[in-house]
Design a binder for this molecule. Sequence first.
Ligand code: THG
Length: 368
Amino acid sequence: MPHLTPSRRLRRTPYSEKVEAAGVRAYTVYNHMLLPTVFRDLEEDYHHLKESVQIWDVSVQRQVELRGPDAQRLLQMLTPRDLQGMLPGRCAYVPIVDETGGMLNDPVALKLSADRWWISLADSDLLYWVKGIAYGYRLEVLIDEPPVYPLAVQGPRAEDLLARVFGEEVRRVRFFRFGWFDFRGRDLLVARSGYSKQGGFEIYPEGWELGRPLWEALEAAGTDLGVRAGCPNGIERVESGLLSYGNDMTDDNTPHECGLGRFCDTQRAAGCIGRDALLRVEKDGPVQQVRPVAIGGDPVPPCDRFWTVRGARGEPVGRIGSAAWSPDFRTNVAIGMIRLTHWDPGTRLEVETPDGPRPAEVQDRFWY
Ligand code: THG
């Protein structure tokens, strides 16, 4: 592969030098920034993530901040998830939809206070949609992308590592909640969340200055735990069924097609844009939906386009958006968008990979 030319548009982070020093081997581009994808190799990173603890530069998870009396009203216009009764200190996975009910992003929203929210974005330029809505409806809310640089600490030893840096209290933070913890005289937001199923936290330093000291403190405190630089792992996240916006879904898909129906309370989501469209699709149910798919044969090549999925007579019945060889499950794991006629667990399929057709089977659950 040719190299990427560095430039100001590919924004650096407070951790970039640390990531480079740790020997990052590959990146992807995400929200106009570099997101590491490989350190040693994908499989070594995978085993280490499942056994130990890793520090991830996830600064690409940009925050859109909503501040002002209409902040919650605005967010409720953006998502069919009911935000009524959500308390400060909570995170929520919130599908964001357009006027047709199509997915625009699948961020984590953090309620900092009654009138202040962060929307922790997946890979799409949601800021402009949010600003457009606020301007069009003359809402009393300030919207910007503050200099917040999230750092994830993921893996079974993450809690032990964080307790050493932030104190034992951090163990009491429950899943998808956050607290404020002192680091060098400053309050840092620490949430129990992250883009893996191995357990862990996400820390959200505001401003550039604390980034490097924070990384160094975590590294120093975790040497005997085996802490290493890491990144979201393409194998582990498919096993875990964590969706990737732009890969597993696009603005052509409703949240229900994405299997995110449990995060929609469309009936109650007052003022949600796309509400009528979603109520219509909810009446009949989706005709295609995300499914775990096991693909037979040797390890598949990287999935960098949709792979067509076919039924017994060769007819197209869906597509694969993500796939990887799983060393632990000794099969290729994949995330598919599969038509209703073929989405039952056990259904035999054929997947058109770049290496030729492969037998495949719909699974009853993801692999964790
Ligand atoms: N953390 C934060 N921001 C993010 C991500 C993250 N922004 C980009 C991307 N990841 C958004 N996508 C997801 C997808 C899945 C989850 C979080 C963000 C996730 N899902 C859990 C699950 O499906 O099991 C839990 C959802 C729940 O129960 O509420 O964590 O990782 N800050």
